[in-house]
Design a protein. Structure first.
Length: 341
């Protein structure tokens, strides 16, 4: 089993604990999950891994569902990461626009903004009263796909802000509408079958990206499906999204990292599990829990780097690994201005 794992290409993160536990770095061709409570450094590690991929000559894509990268993370972390990797790592925001499908072959579709202008002109001509919300709803319904316009394909960290679940699904070629039933249950209604050569597919293909990060997978699902009665819609949409990510893994040989929050059982505070349950658990081949260095999960677990322990540091615990028993090993990590070491 270990020999098979070692044959997989790796993307080094620069975090000794993760790179050691993963026999050299993040595995390509599969999904790795990192979960834990807030403010422990999941986003810092994600950005660091993306910068590491770029430093090695590959592009990386980060789907920022919490809108934290340009609001503060990049501002405070870019200088340190540039110093760590000895070069200026290009980081740019990739903005996409929804477009309607064209009914005519060989004719490029109009943009969403052009569609809004055309709808406004038509309604004005007919004397129909409307507001901007009406136009926005109609334009979204008629614009199920994203248009990709890349300004160069040189290796860089490309950040796409995707806080809304329907936008995130559309990026993956899934045209769906979120609706609330009379009983208050949130439902997901498909408007068309999934398109596997999605906008995300095109971005990976055109940029030769080697790393795709979902940071975090939890945020849009928690806000879109807040109640237990919403579980069917949440599970279905998460399964479709991860299925598409797995296709990208296999076809392009990329590494996918999914960060998620921890679900805590109030009756058993020690029992922390990744948000997403069996749906995410089925797709992620590797899974690690990020905790404080002083946290305990298994008294018999072996530390791969015991000399690196500090009271203010972190620990990465093996929650799932094809060559290790659950929570049998862990590694210590510390955070400074240059990220995880």
């Amino acid at each position: 089993m270990t020999e098979e794992i070692n044959q997989i290409d790796r993307i080094q993160t620069g975090c000794k604990a993760i790179d050691t536990l993963m026999q050299g770095g993040l595995a390509t061709g599969t999904i790795t999950q990192i979960f834990g409570e807030k403010a422990l450094g999941k986003s810092i590690l994600s950005l660091q891994a993306a910068c590491s991929a770029v430093a090695e000559g590959h592009s990386a894509i980060i789907l920022d569902t919490e809108q934290s990268y340009f609001s503060y993370l990049i501002k405070y972390r870019k200088e340190g990461l540039n110093k760590r990797f000895g070069k200026n790592i290009p980081i740019r925001e990739l903005k996409l626009e929804r477009v309607p499908r064209s009914s005519k072959k060989n004719k490029p579709p109009m943009s969403r903004s052009q569609l809004v202008t055309a709808l406004s002109s038509m309604l004005n001509g007919q004397g129909v009263a409307y507001n901007e919300n009406h136009l926005s709803a109609i334009a979204d319904m008629l614009s199920p796909e994203y248009q990709v316009k890349l300004e160069g394909t040189d290796p860089s960290v490309m950040v796409i802000q995707m806080p809304e679940i329907t936008d995130l699904l559309a990026l993956h070629g899934i045209d769906a509408d979120k609706a609330v039933s009379e009983g208050g249950r949130v439902e997901l209604r498909m408007r068309s079958t999934p398109v596997y050569q999605s906008a995300l597919y095109q971005i990976v293909q055109q940029t030769n990206a080697k790393l795709l990060v979902y940071d975090s997978i939890s945020a849009p699902f928690k806000s879109a499906f807040p109640n237990t009665q919403d579980l069917p819609a949440r599970s279905a949409s998460l399964a479709m999204l991860l299925s598409h990510a797995q296709r990208l893994c296999v076809q392009f040989g990329i590494a996918v990292v999914v960060t998620s929050h921890a679900s805590i059982d109030p009756m058993h505070a020690w029992d922390r599990r990744p948000y997403g349950g069996v749906t995410l658990g089925h797709e992620a081949k590797f899974s690690f829990e990020l905790t404080k260095a002083t946290s305990k999960r298994n008294e018999d677990a072996v530390a791969v780097n015991p000399d690196d322990k500090t009271d203010g540091g972190r620990a990465f615990w093996v929650q799932r690994h094809p060559a290790m028993a659950d929570y049998s090993q862990f590694g210590y990590a510390n955070i400074d201005d240059e990220g995880f070491s």
